[in-house]
Every structure is written in structure tokens, then in C-alpha cells.
Design a protein around this ligand. Structure first.
Ligand code: CA
Ligand code: CA
Ligand code: CA
Length: 330
């Protein structure tokens, strides 16, 4: 499935990808503040403060990097927040970052041709009740080296970070869970500026579909050609699964992050700022879980991945990709 997926991406982009023979590693730091780092095909995805108690109600959860080789870093922050409510009882009165890491698996020196991956498992309270929710995050990272100058954004080739989340109600009562993935990309492109002049658009928002949300992000200025209209201006893609999906927001760092880090309950606005400058974005899922019940979903953060229509046509491939990782990691 992996190789077929790569071939299909290559065909869509009409690029001659070379199979990744570079080292693939997965490394996890389980001493606070913690980190997860995945390296594949010369690309690195790293997220810090994965286990930092101060990040639970602070702003420092999941500070991150997304780079290829010595190219600029395009990612400032990428992390997960939640709030829970007992259906017949007390409720959280704000959102919290995942911080209580209880288990992890990393895969150093993965076999070439497979993904670099790692798993983080959290046990979090709801309304003061400890260990009410268990959240498992399965990260898989696929760096694909494109031919130099082949027309992808910054000639970077392609990379796809996939994260499957699974939330389990480990309490004895029904819980409504709101779950958030937040990302602050600072795209460094032809302008040479990172973070201050990014642009974004919503490709679609379709809760219930296998692929439920798709947001594209690229480097400004405001007159810059949108991605996929001209070679060299491809961009970043922030994609979410559709089951349980209830919200999205593509706005600014200063408007979106406080919803997760302030002391009140917030939901995403389902709006997009087309020239957000310091772009930040988030997705929101919501479900009610009975004791012992689980829900699953995923996000993908990719650069130079196919257009949504192409990716939807590859639905079986994407499902297979995620399913493959799930089987490996469960
Ligand atoms: Ca960074
Ligand atoms: Ca809030
Ligand atoms: Ca940003």
C-alpha cells in the first residue's frame, strides 16, 4: 500500500520521485517537557512540549518544526486540546492541552521503505475526575524526495505527516468530548518571509465524509498566485477526517490560539481569513462516548500533496495508509 500510494502521488504531480533510501528514525523523549521527532527522506517533523505540565493551561504545548535538510522551518506550533463534560454531571469550563503522557512507543531505525512513526498515549481528567479519557496519537511521517527543480513548492519534494487519534472513555459515565488539533504554520516561500504574510483558503468542509476538511496554506504577499495555479507555488495542506468533525477555523495565531488557551469554553468559528498573515488554524471534533467506548479520526499535514479531488479519488489509498499504520501500532 505504501509504495502504491507513493506511485500515485508521483503520477498526480507528474514528478519522478525517487524512493526514499535515506534514514528513517522515530525518537520520543518521555521526560518532561518531552518531544517526538520523526525523520524520513531528509525531512524532519519534530514536536516539543509533549509532556510539559505547564502547557496544560499555558500556550507552550506542541512547539514544533517541519523542515527538509537545511531548508527553513515552516512550523511554529502543532498540538492537541480537549474539553470533556459528563453528560449527567460536571463539565470542564475551558480547554486543556494534552499533557499527561502515560505511554509511548518510538521506532528508531525503521526499515527503509516504511514510515517513520511513533505513538503517544495520554490519560487526562474531565471536570476534576482523573483518568477519565485516554487519548492515543499515532504519528506516521513520510518524506518523499522529489527531483530538484521539478516544480513543487521550493523544489522540496513532498512530505506527509499523518496522525491518527483515538479517544477512549475510561471513566464510568458518559462523556461528551470536544477535541481540537491546532496548527501554526509559518510558511517560508518565495517572499523569503516566514509567518508574517501567509495566505490560506478553505478547499472544503464536509463533516461526515471520509475526508472532512481541507485547508491550503501558502506564502504571500497578498498578490501571490494561489497554490496549484503555477509551478513553484504549491503549498501546505491541513486535512482532517470527517467523522465527528464539527468545526474549523483558518485565521490568525492571535485570534485562534486563545480559544484553546484562555479560561473559557470556546468553539471554532467555521470561518477563514484569506490573508491571515500569521496564519494559524484548527479543527474540532465532538462526540459522546459511553464508558469503554472509543472514537477515532486523523489529521494530515502535507507539503506538495495532491489536490483534494485527486486525494479523494485516492480515498482507498488514504484509508489504507492510515489502516496500515493502525494495524502496526495497535
Ligand atoms: Ca518551529
Ligand atoms: Ca477557551
Ligand atoms: Ca503562523
Amino acid at each position: 500500500m505504501k509504495n502504491r500510494y507513493r506511485e500515485t502521488i508521483g503520477a498526480v504531480l507528474t514528478l519522478a520521485f525517487v524512493s526514499a533510501s535515506l534514514a528513517q528514525t522515530g525518537t520520543i523523549g518521555t521526560t518532561s517537557p518531552g518531544f517526538l521527532q520523526l525523520v524520513d527522506g531528509g525531512w524532519t517533523y519534530r514536536v516539543d512540549n509533549t509532556f510539559a505540565s505547564a502547557a496544560r493551561t499555558g500556550t507552550g504545548g506542541g512547539l514544533a518544526n517541519y523542515t527538509r535538510g537545511t531548508s527553513p522551518d515552516h512550523l511554529y506550533q502543532h498540538w492537541w486540546w480537549y474539553r470533556g463534560a459528563f453528560v449527567n454531571g460536571a463539565a470542564d469550563t475551558r480547554e486543556y492541552a494534552l499533557t499527561n503522557l502515560v505511554a509511548s512507543e518510538s521506532f528508531a531505525g525503521a526499515v527503509p521503505g516504511q514510515y517513520a512513526f511513533g505513538v503517544l498515549t495520554y490519560s487526562e481528567p474531565v471536570a476534576g475526575v482523573a483518568n477519565a479519557l485516554r487519548v492515543r496519537l499515532s504519528y506516521a511521517f513520510d518524506g518523499i524526495v522529489g527531483a530538484p527543480g521539478a516544480g513543487t513548492f521550493q523544489s522540496l519534494g513532498a512530505a506527509i505527516l499523518s496522525i491518527r487519534w483515538r479517544i477512549t472513555n475510561t471513566s464510568s459515565d458518559n462523556i461528551e468530548v470536544n477535541f481540537f488539533n491546532y496548527i501554526d504554520l509559518d510558511v517560508v516561500g518565495p517572499s523569503g518571509t516566514g509567518g508574517g504574510n501567509d495566505m490560506a483558503r478553505l478547499e472544503f468542509f464536509s463533516p461526515g465524509n471520509p475526508v472532512g476538511g481541507w485547508i491550503k496554506v501558502w506564502d504571500g504577499p497578498a498578490t501571490a498566485t494561489p497554490p496549484n495555479s503555477a509551478p513553484g507555488l504549491e503549498g501546505w495542506n491541513y486535512i482532517a477526517s470527517g467523522d465527528y468533525l464539527v468545526g474549523y477555523e483558518a485565521g490568525t495565531f492571535s485570534a485562534t490560539r486563545p480559544k484553546l488557551t484562555n479560561a473559557t469554553v470556546d468553539n471554532l468559528s467555521n470561518t477563514v481569513a484569506t490573508y491571515p498573515a500569521d496564519f494559524a488554524s484548527a479543527y474540532q471534533w465532538r462526540t459522546v462516548l459511553a464508558p469503554g467506548e472509543s472514537a477515532e479520526g486523523w489529521v494530515v499535514v502535507g507539503v506538495n500533496v495532491p489536490e483534494p479531488a485527486s486525494m479523494l479519488a485516492l480515498g482507498a489509498g488514504l484509508a489504507g495508509l492510515l489502516g496500515l499504520r493502525r494495524r502496526r501500532t495497535q
